[in-house]
Design a binder for this molecule. Sequence first.
Ligand SMILES: [Zn+2]
Length: 201
Amino acid sequence: MDRLIRGYREFMAKRWPEEHAHYAELSKKGQNPDYLVIACSDSRADPATIFGAGPGELFVIRNVAAIVPPYEEGGGYHGTSSAIAFAVLQLNVKYILVMGHAQCGGVAAARNMEAAADTPFLGSWIRLLEPAAEKCHDRDQPDFERETIKLSLERLMTFPFIAERVEAGTLSLVGMRFGIADGKLELLDPASGEFETVPPR
Ligand SMILES: [Zn+2]
């Protein structure tokens, strides 16, 4: 744990003096983020780092492959869906960003299910990507990653309270893919269904 304790001390020495007033205000007023980000758990694709976001700005859900499960009522442990519902219904976020990334191990495992065979829970989770896999038989991994982002966005629209807000114009859904090796950020154009590179400056 030494690495983490060292990091905490650095945070208290450098950032806390500048930001403690902001943290104090957030503690009084509560959080009011505009963005829900659904990203992969991958340690290389951290939304707060990529977007230079500070405390209180992003409500983040991270799971294997940035998957939105289908809308389901009834029992079960809906970790991702419950956080989506909280962000939309209680925090009234204005945007939901689904952010996939290059070299995604979860997407790679969905292309080769044997990779997940020895890991409990993982197989049934990444089988949620099957509709994207069906569209990508002969296509490469980057295309599959892009299809999984589109699939998660489509699934978000199956949540009634999301569809309602999107139709009313109070909530926008956005898809992005982050390139780990080159820092390239691709933004999905909903009209064309194509991903366009965001100019880095
Ligand atoms: Zn990933």
